[in-house]
Design a protein around this ligand. Structure first.
Ligand SMILES: [Zn+2]
Length: 258
């Protein structure tokens, strides 16, 4: 069995004391591949250091997170572009819209999102999209005709069935994380009705640890609990969930994951 954590911020300071152990433990729990979404210029160095240390196991993305799209967003976007010209990345991410924390940079967020969708087209890369309290705006943008051919992941999906179908019909996969194990979150009912071929798994470490680790620091090892919950919901085995979601991740990131 091979599991793929399609979204982890394991380069953050929360892991400074035991990062190697966390990666070793993930491997023992069959989490053989970990994809790292970038946040902004301050996270690039740590992310790349980690990816360079574990070739074939840990893969970097490049992008500007919506909550980092502020006054200096143009400079930040230029840094993203410069890096894309310098080396291989596996996706443009994470990018998107987040109106939960702050709406004062709404316009900047929208420009940054569109600019990076264009970079994904230019560099022929998939996108990893983060959306919080901004679903309609985000959908309107990704539904523009110019983005028809874009593939990728709608990360940390927690919406309803209609929203899920909108994303699937748009050709994007749903990233399913720890919230699927939370009581009353509702995403379990949605996952029940979505074919596995549309799903990938993620932890979003260090955030959103699944039950029974809820409230603790999340890590890739706990992807097992997410896979197990999805298997229960889909009435199938964890091996089958691993097989299909790993295949989905392989297709999106255009890399053999074995
Ligand atoms: Zn993230």
């Amino acid at each position: 069995m091979i599991l793929v954590d399609t979204h982890s911020h394991i380069y953050l300071p929360e892991f400074d004391k035991d990062r190697a152990d966390v990666i070793f433990n993930a491997d023992k729990q069959n989490v053989k591949h970990i994809f790292l979404p970038n946040i902004d210029s301050s996270s690039i160095e740590g992310m790349l250091e980690l990816a360079n240390k574990y070739p074939g196991r840990i893969y970097p993305m490049m992008g500007l997170h919506p909550t980092s799209a502020e006054d200096d967003y143009k400079n930040e976007l230029q840094i993203v572009k410069d890096w894309l010209n310098k080396q291989k990345f596996y996706a443009i991410g994470e990018i998107g819209l987040d109106y939960y924390w702050d709406t004062s940079f709404k316009d900047e967020q929208i420009i940054a999102f569109e600019t990076q969708l264009n970079l994904a087209l230019e560099f022929d890369l998939p996108v990893v999209i983060h959306v919080r309290d901004a679903f309609d705006d985000a959908l309107e943008i990704i539904n523009k005709q110019e983005y028809d051919n874009l593939k990728g992941i709608f990360h940390c999906f927690t919406g309803n069935l209609e929203q899920a179908n909108n994303i699937i019909n748009r050709g994007l996969k749903l990233g399913i994380g720890g919230i699927v194990t939370f009581k009353n979150a509702g995403i379990d009912k949605v996952v029940e009705q979505i074919d596995l071929k549309h799903l990938v798994l993620e932890t979003d470490s260090p955030y959103l640890a699944p039950v029974p680790k809820r409230g603790k620091r999340n890590e890739s090892t706990y992807l097992y609990y997410i896979a197990k919950k999805v298997a229960e919901l889909k009435n199938t085995s964890i091996n089958e969930v691993a097989k299909i979601t790993t295949k989905n991740a392989s297709e999106i990131f255009k890399i053999e994951l074995s």
